[in-house]
Design a protein around this ligand. Structure first.
Ligand code: PDD
Length: 287
């Protein structure tokens, strides 16, 4: 089945969708994005993603191409026409193209943002074999820019980090700045000590994960302790458990960090429990 995608107001087959070669997303990584998961044909935490998108756009003085009701309609329509039961909806908004290359932003009165959405079909996303095995992590230096709270499409270093992990037979990388873990390449990072979940406090240093907010809320509701503070790789290696969260992998147990197995080297009970709670609760609230 040819996928139907959305580009600047039109639903078109993917091989007919076009964007200018002068688009600032392409030339300057001048764009923001969101990834929303789909379970049972419904969107998980759409409101959270929509609110973060508004904030990303406003931090970059970028116009919002359509209101959030319209955005929800587009998400739902793409899920419907592409018959997505489990998968993702990717959304990208860039500052558009004024038909040339210039460092200065084009006049927003005359240059409209580019908006693109597409679906990714991922059967078995919830019942993932990777989550049953747990992830092996390496640590690498965090050399990204200082506004990681804005979800921009500057994903070269996260891609390089995942390639570095793959090269040594691992699944992902955690990023370390000034000796402290910031987050994963495409997820937020957590360790568990006893009944306490520890994850870095919110700031410009990390993306304010939508899954993070939901998981911390659910953890508190389940009487777990939550500590928002930085931690080192050594503290993580000595922890009882570790995990990551993201819209694309939900709660992913971590079983090894820089070659050191955590606990018995299997996914931890708290991570497994949080994954179950997250999937159950999110499905109930899906739209
Ligand atoms: N990544 N930190 C970073 C650097 C991320 O790229 C992501 C998400 C997260 C988790 O945020 P959320 O829970 O809102 O998905 C944290 C998406 C999934 C991606 O780039 O594909």
């Amino acid at each position: 089945m040819t996928r139907t995608v959305y580009v600047n107001g039109a639903y078109v087959p993917e091989n007919e969708a076009t964007v200018s070669i002068f688009d600032r997303g392409f030339l300057m990584a001048d764009g923001v994005y969101e990834v929303t998961s789909v379970l049972g044909g419904k969107l998980i935490d759409f409101a959270g993603h929509a609110i973060r998108l508004e904030r990303s756009l406003s931090e970059l003085d970028m116009a919002q191409p359509c209101d959030m009701d319209e955005l929800l309609k587009i998400h739902r329509e793409l899920v419907r026409v592409n018959e997505i039961d489990e998968g993702l909806v990717y959304l990208q908004i860039t500052r558009g193209s004024d038909g040339d290359r210039d460092f200065l932003f084009p006049d927003p009165e005359t240059t409209k943002p580019t908006i693109v959405l597409f679906t990714q079909d991922k059967p078995g996303l919830a019942d993932s074999p990777a989550a049953k095995k747990g992830a092996k992590i390496i640590s690498i230096e965090d050399i990204r820019w200082g506004r990681r709270d804005i979800k921009t499409v500057q994903l070269l270093y996260p891609s390089m980090g995942k390639m570095m992990a793959k090269k040594v037979g691992c699944d992902d990388a955690w990023l370390v700045e000034d000796g402290m873990v910031t987050e994963g390449t495409s997820n937020n990072a957590y360790i568990v000590k006893g009944n306490t979940i520890i994850t870095r406090q919110l700031s410009n240093d990390i993306l304010h994960g939508i899954t993070r907010a939901a998981v911390l809320r659910m953890a508190k509701e389940a009487q777990m302790q939550v500590e928002e503070r930085s931690f080192t790789i050594v503290e993580a290696q000595e922890a009882d458990e570790a995990f990551t969260t993201s819209a694309s992998a939900f709660v992913m147990p971590v079983v090894e960090i820089d070659g050191v197995a955590l606990g018995d080297g299997k996914p931890g009970n708290i991570a497994k429990r949080l994954r179950e709670i997250y999937l159950e609760e999110s499905l109930k609230a899906a739209v």
